[in-house]
Design a protein around this ligand. Structure first.
Ligand code: HEM
Length: 320
């Protein structure tokens, strides 16, 4: 079986996939499972993905087209020989007193971002053309930036995301797993909102749920709010960070209003502890009140290997 054997030599100067790229106006989240025998087509696609993005994106230099590919825990062993990313495991389902974080199938994630819908569409189409018959699509969501970076609950989303070097520190694997340096873990969850119930709340009550003012986006001191529950600290009291890329999606004609949540992290343990606080409740607070208006309908964990790793996947007819 042709395979990619990760080596620490290859990972020494490894470059990440574009996990750190700026929030974009349009995104597509594509989650698929691999059919038996689909592995060679998937390996070929992953090896050629950067070239495909260049081909689709180059004629539109202002389009900012980029794509991050992730591989799920079970799929990893079907695709690659040798060591595994140390912390790759299936998404842990959480059953809280009132809310459930479901785990749903997903072998591959494609997180496509661009300034324009047509570029995201064209790249998704090229990816699917190469994977047809090799995969089954589990979820395909077209998401969009909404007004001034707001979600469909009307609040600005992404403010406290780390930037620059702090973003790389939060999202990109370093020396703790030398073979997989420059990779990233990605947790995705698709949330659908009960907008009628949300809009029935007074703005002040909504602000208490989120922990920020709605119009001016100023942080409020509200114990138990969404931002309070998601402020997690390490052993030395330092704040532990993730890089979020959540985007709104929806179909008003079907009554669908949602947030597609994605977090990139250097270790899945950090978003997992946030999820435990949200769904099970933390030491000082109950479950996250945002969940009374938001239901998680998917949940999957992926490892997004470095761009260098993907480029080094041998062609199927390559004798090495
Ligand atoms: C229904 C889905 C969600 C919605 C609508 C949502 C919305 C928001 C909003 C409006 C903020 C405040 C502004 C900001 O800093 O971005 C925020 C902050 C945050 N959210 Fe969420 N969020 C969702 C799910 C999650 C999940 C699943 C996690 C973690 C796994 C998470 C982690 C965080 C973190 C870490 C912050 C920043 C906290 C701080 O330091 O101030 N969120 N979210």
């Amino acid at each position: 079986m042709p395979s990619s054997k990760p080596s620490s030599i290859r990972s020494a100067g490894a470059l990440p996939q574009p996990v750190l790229s700026q929030p974009a106006p349009v995104a597509v989240f594509l989650v698929v499972t691999m059919e038996p025998g689909g592995e060679p087509a998937v390996r070929d696609l992953l090896a050629g993905l950067a070239g495909l993005v260049r081909a689709v994106g180059f004629p539109s230099p202002d389009g900012g087209l980029c794509c991050v590919a992730g591989v799920g825990s079970a799929a990893w062993d079907r695709l690659f020989e040798g060591p595994r990313p140390r912390r790759l495991h299936p998404f842990e389902e959480l059953e809280g007193p009132r809310h459930r974080a479901v785990a749903t199938p997903g072998d591959l994630l494609f997180h496509i971002r661009a300034a324009r819908t047509d570029l995201c569409f064209a790249l998704s189409a090229e990816i699917m053309k190469r994977l047809r018959g090799a995969v089954t699509v589990q979820d395909e969501v077209q998401a969009f930036a909404y007004f001034d970076s707001r979600n469909l609950l009307g609040f600005v989303d992404g403010t406290e995301n780390p930037v620059g070097r702090a973003a790389a520190e939060a999202a990109v694997v370093g020396d703790e797993d030398p073979t997989f340096r420059a990779g990233s873990y990605a947790i995705v969850q698709k949330y659908v909102h009960d907008v009628d119930a949300w809009e029935a709340l007074a703005v002040e009550a909504q602000e208490k749920v989120i922990g920020r003012s709605k119009l001016t986006n100023i942080e409020l001191d509200v114990p138990g709010s969404h931002i309070d529950v998601n402020t997690v600290t390490g052993p030395d009291g330092e704040e532990l960070e993730i890089l979020r890329g959540a985007m709104p999606f929806g179909r008003p004609g079907h009554g669908e209003f949602g947030t597609y949540f994605i977090a990139y992290a250097r270790t899945p343990g950090i978003p997992e502890s946030m999820l435990r606080n949200m769904f099970l409740g933390g030491p000082e607070s109950g479950p996250d009140p945002i969940l009374d208006y938001s239901q998680a309908v998917t949940g999957t964990l992926f490892f997004c290997p470095s761009a260098t790793f993907l480029e080094a996947i041998p062609e199927e007819d390559d004798p090495d």
